[in-house]
Design a protein around this ligand. Structure first.
Ligand SMILES: Cc1cc2nc3c(=O)[nH]c(=O)nc-3n(C[C@H](O)[C@H](O)[C@H](O)COP(=O)(O)OP(=O)(O)OC[C@H]3O[C@@H](n4cnc5c(N)ncnc54)[C@H](O)[C@@H]3O)c2cc1C
Length: 400
């Protein structure tokens, strides 16, 4: 290395984990973190849960202080890249040279036409969370419409409902997450919303937002208008890579950074990408995947730190895992259900909805969904680690 060191674009979980892991691996060179968010580094999962609920203050989501890793921090956005000269340009005019560059700039929420509009929120940053929480305080027990029933939409619905707010979730698919989980399992999972008094409207989309200065309603494609005092839009994200468009770094059609199995974005392994922004080659699946979940960012950060600081590079082997906290319980998905997988559902007793689903291809367990049943996850993890047999897992669940 020339002494210009490692520059990391994005100081969230992916970027800070790279910084920490580099120091743990003995990397003693210069380290620079660049992020325009003045509140960074902080973790995002509590933004739809504990912080939105008012149970935690923001400090509990902190991911540490860049000084801990001996890093220089720039509160600015990366605005341009010249890979041949190894130069990163920031939006405040600063130019940073680098030996290795790590792209950990994540993703930004997709918006609806008509945004920005008062009372209409997205939830990605701490500032978004504070803005939404203030609006939930303002509307009291008023009406919140959540557009999109994915993990974030469902968590916002759950947190708002616990505050006594009247919540409607609008979901374009036949059931929330049906593309990921399959229609039958998604339909069963969606009952959690109904159990908790949340209105769920599926198979319909938003035609437009209604309101002058502030939102007063949401019009659906079937012509209905839902009155709304506030709206949360959770319709997915797009990699934050607009600034890389002319850089020569290869992007997929969504804007994800195409990487090899070491998370390297170029042939000479100078530029890497981790987390929500990275579409890495997965040798097990034999294709490139981009994953928008916390554990993936942590795993890829370890791969990149090892590729840069040694001892030996190890390829990325993704174990798909996501959790979501809803209605006082926990949902987990381990592994990725595939089209055509068969499912076995095992229901546990007790007053609250608790069940586990084994996805199988023949005898082989491919993925497991657990709902409010941590012991079922422990059993499934053990089995997945040893390429377990679906019948064994289902049998063990029945004996729990
Ligand atoms: C509200 C919420 C709840 C979530 N809950 C869960 C959960 O329960 N379980 C789970 O598995 N996952 C959850 N996730 C997803 C998880 O938080 C993300 O997968 C994770 O944050 C990705 O980390 P990252 O470092 O790749 O990107 P991000 O966290 O998106 O961070 C990217 C950083 O890069 C910065 N940046 C962007 N553009 C630039 C630029 N041009 N220059 C410099 N910096 C830039 C941004 O300001 C940001 O700080 C949740 C996400 C949200 C928003």
């Amino acid at each position: 290395m020339t002494g210009r060191g490692v520059v990391i674009v994005g100081a969230s979980v992916g970027g800070t984990r790279v910084a920490a892991a580099l120091r743990e691996a003995g990397y003693a060179g210069a380290l620079t973190l660049v992020d325009p968010d003045p509140d960074a580094p902080y973790d995002r999962p509590p933004l739809s849960k504990q912080i939105l609920a008012g149970d935690w203050d923001a400090a509990r989501a902190s991911l540490g202080d860049p000084e801990e890793w001996g890093a220089t921090r720039y509160v600015a956005a990366a605005a341009g890249l010249d890979p041949a000269a190894r130069l990163l340009r920031l939006d405040d005019g600063t130019r940073l040279g680098y030996d290795r560059l790590v792209l950990a700039c994540g993703a930004a929420p997709r918006l609806l036409p008509g945004m920005p509009l008062g009372g209409v929120h997205v939830l990605r940053t701490l500032a978004d969370c504070h803005g939404l929480r203030a609006d939930l305080d303002r509307i009291g027990d008023g009406r919140l419409v959540v557009v999109g029933g994915g993990f974030i939409g469902a968590e916002v619905a759950s947190t708002a409902r616990a505050r006594g707010i009247d919540v409607t979730v609008v979901e374009a698919q036949p059931a929330p997450l049906s593309g990921l989980l399959g229609e039958d399992v998604a339909a069963e999972l969606s009952l959690l919303h109904r159990d908790n008094g949340v209105r769920l409207l599926c198979g319909t989309s938003v035609a437009g937002l209604v309101g002058g200065v502030s939102v007063t309603g949401v019009t659906l494609t079937d012509g209905t208008t839902l009155p709304a005092d506030a709206v949360v839009v959770g319709i997915g994200v797009r990699p934050a890579t607009g600034w890389l468009a002319d850089s020569g770094i290869l992007l997929d059609t969504d804007g994800g950074v195409l990487c090899d199995e070491y998370c390297a974005a170029d042939a000479d392994h100078t530029v890497y990408a981790v987390g929500d922004v990275a579409r890495c080659h997965d040798p097990l699946l034999g294709r490139h995947v981009r994953v928008e979940h916390w554990t993936n960012a942590v795993e890829q950060a370890a791969v990149v730190a090892r590729a840069i600081a040694g001892p030996d590079p190890e390829p990325y082997r993704h174990e798909f895992f996501v959790w979501s906290d809803q209605y006082g319980g926990k949902i987990t998905l381990l592994g990725r259900p595939g089209p055509g997988d068969e499912t076995d559902v095992v229901r546990a007793g007790g007053p609250r909805r608790r069940f586990a689903v084994a996805y199988r291809r023949g005898a082989r367990l491919t993925a497991v969904l657990t709902v409010n049943w941590p012991k079922a996850l422990v059993v499934a993890r053990r089995s997945m680690a040893t390429r377990g047999d679906a019948d064994d897992v289902v049998g063990s669940w029945k004996n729990l």
